[in-house]
Each structure stands twice: as structure tokens, then as C-alpha cells.
Design a binder for this molecule. Structure first.
Ligand SMILES: C[S@@+](CC[C@H](N)C(=O)[O-])C[C@H]1O[C@@H](n2cnc3c(N)ncnc32)[C@H](O)[C@@H]1O
Length: 294
């Protein structure tokens, strides 16, 4: 599929341009310890990949994903570290409610879906796949079908689009219709202004009663940081600044949101403590649930 010509230059964080495996601080050659029991079960029972083949399978898929080049090189830390193999969405406290809503017919859109791993977990847990949408600026979807071996029966919809661009016709059809937006490990790549802009765009897909849930890199001290001596400024949220952002988003969009957000360590997430070593001190993960009240 052709890359999105409309992709905006601020969608590309500087750190993702580093794609040489040997130099990237977030490419770990061996990620088999990421095959936690939930993921082993998913691959065995959903994808029919026998346990003894799973390590080779995920390493092959990870390297294919790492090498994908769209209109720019995209070598995201989560790809190299294999953190996508540790379940995130299904460990959120509201996961059972999300699953119930989707089983009852709600539409769910996973923004920055990568290989669609959270969508497959929902399907394994009983969600109808045709209610699921995965959006990503890069097409990792074919690699995802190969990872999960479900091209024939996964009926979810994948849309290759920059979430900050509203020109994708497929994306436009979802405006005001999405009940649950999942956005994990995406918004942190922008500064405050662009996170605000991205959050406003996400809101345009919602309606009263919709939720926006997920996680991103955070810090107990809300602040601007710049990583790997590169100039891109990134905004780090703590729970207060995250709530402030949704206040501002509400004011700008004429909507009202109730937000809950909390910080976790990398170990809490089931990741390795040193996964964050290339970032600023005290780095954490901020998880959030924002509910649209009106
Ligand atoms: C770090 S990965 C996170 C993957 C997954 N959500 C997770 O938490 O495991 C970030 C993903 O967001 C996608 N992405 C980055 N900028 C985007 C944009 N502007 N619009 C849509 N997707 C984007 C990347 O291509 C990548 O697949």
C-alpha cells in the first residue's frame, strides 16, 4: 500500500529514525523472555503456533517489522524491545468493561495498533472482530496477519493513516461513531501542543459515553524532555497534567471528560527496568481512562 502522502512531519519522532540495530539502544536481539504465559497461550490457541516454535516465530516477525520503511524509517523502541509481546490493554482495570461493551456491539479503534496485538487479544477473549478498527501510520498489518496466522478469519479493519491527518476517507467514516479508543505508546512522541492536537482529533471520533484509554511514557514531574541529544521536544505527563490536557481538549471541542490516570514503573508493566534507561531519569508509564460525559 502506498504510504500516506499527507503524513505530517511532526508525526515522526526523531528517535524512531535510528534504525541500525547495532546502534539503537532499544533493539534487544533476544526478546524470548517477552513470551509471557498470556502471549504463549494466545499464540498457541488463537494462532496455532506450537510453543516450541514461538520464540523463532516472534523474532522473525519482530525483525520484519523493524525493517519496514514507509515514507520515513520507523524503528520504534517498542518494536525492538518486544514490549508489544507483554499484554497491556487486557491488564487495564477497565478491560472487562471494554470487552463487554464490544461484545454488546461497541466500536473500538486502536490508534497506533502496530501488528494489531491488542485487537487479537480482544477477539481471543470473545469480541467480534468486525467491530474492531486498527489505525497506524505504517502498514504493519501484513506482518500482523503472519504473526497471528488469522488472515482468513480476522474481520477487523486496518486503516493506514496518520491520526493527525483527517484526509483518510476510511478514517472519516468513523467520525463521531467510535465508542472506545485505545491509544497506547503513541501520544508521548509529541510535545504538549501536538498531544493536545492529537487528543482533539481523537475526540472528534467519539460521542457522549465514549472512552479513550491507554498508556504512554510519563514521569512524576510533568515536563518537556528531549531524548538522545536530539532536538525534538516531547511532553511527559503526570496524572495532573493529563487531566489538564483533557480539560483543555474539552474546552476546545465543546465536550466534557472525566479522567483517571496513574503512574506505573516498567517492572509494574512487566517490562525490563533497563528498557527506559535511554530516557530521562524517573521515567514511568502513565495509564489512563478518559470517559466522555457530554
Ligand atoms: C510504540 S508503537 C505502540 C504499539 C502499540 N500501541 C503498543 O502499545 O504496543 C507506536 C505505533 O504508533 C504508530 N504511529 C506513530 N505515529 C502515528 C500517527 N501519527 N498516526 C497513526 N499511527 C502512528 C507507529 O507506527 C507504531 O506502530
Amino acid at each position: 500500500m502506498a504510504p500516506q502522502e499527507s503524513a505530517t512531519n511532526y508525526s515522526e519522532p526523531e528517535y524512531a529514525k535510528s534504525q541500525d540495530k547495532a546502534e539503537a539502544p532499544f533493539y534487544h536481539p533476544d526478546i524470548k523472555h517477552r513470551l509471557v504465559p498470556e502471549t504463549q497461550e494466545l499464540l498457541e490457541k488463537y494462532s496455532h503456533v506450537p510453543r516450541e516454535q514461538q520464540s523463532e516465530h516472534v523474532h522473525t516477525i519482530r525483525d520484519r517489522a523493524w525493517e519496514i520503511r514507509a515514507w520515513e524509517i520507523r524503528a520504534y523502541p517498542c518494536i525492538g524491545l518486544g514490549s508489544w509481546l507483554t499484554p497491556q490493554l487486557c491488564r487495564l482495570p477497565v478491560y472487562d468493561d471494554i470487552l463487554k461493551r464490544v461484545k454488546d456491539g461497541a466500536l473500538l479503534m486502536d490508534v497506533g495498533t502496530f501488528v494489531g496485538h491488542d485487537l487479537r487479544r480482544l477477539v481471543y477473549d470473545g469480541a467480534p472482530s468486525d467491530k474492531l478498527y486498527g489505525v497506524d501510520i505504517v502498514n504493519h498489518f501484513d506482518v500482523g496477519y503472519d504473526l497471528f496466522r488469522d488472515r482468513e478469519y480476522f474481520k477487523g479493519h486496518f486503516i493506514e493513516a496518520d491520526i493527525l491527518s483527517t484526509t483518510s476517507p476510511e478514517l472519516m467514516t468513523l467520525k463521531g461513531r467510535v465508542d472506545i479508543i485505545v491509544v497506547s505508546q503513541v501520544l508521548h512522541q509529541w510535545d504538549w501542543d501536538n498531544q493536545l492536537k492529537a487528543a482533539q482529533t481523537l475526540v472528534s471520533f467519539t460521542k457522549p459515553g465514549s472512552w479513550i484509554v491507554g498508556n504512554q511514557i510519563g514521569n512524576p514531574k510533568a515536563q518537556t524532555v528531549s531524548l538522545m541529544s536530539r532536538s525534538t521536544a516531547l511532553w511527559r505527563h503526570n496524572p495532573d497534567s493529563f487531566a489538564n490536557m483533557f480539560e483543555a481538549v474539552g474546552d476546545a471541542t465543546g465536550t466534557r471528560w472525566e479522567t483517571q490516570a496513574w503512574l506505573r514503573t516498567f517492572e509494574d508493566m512487566g517490562w525490563d527496568a533497563e528498557d527506559g534507561a535511554w530516557m530521562e531519569p524517573e521515567v514511568r508509564i502513565i495509564e489512563f481512562v478518559a470517559k466522555r460525559v457530554s
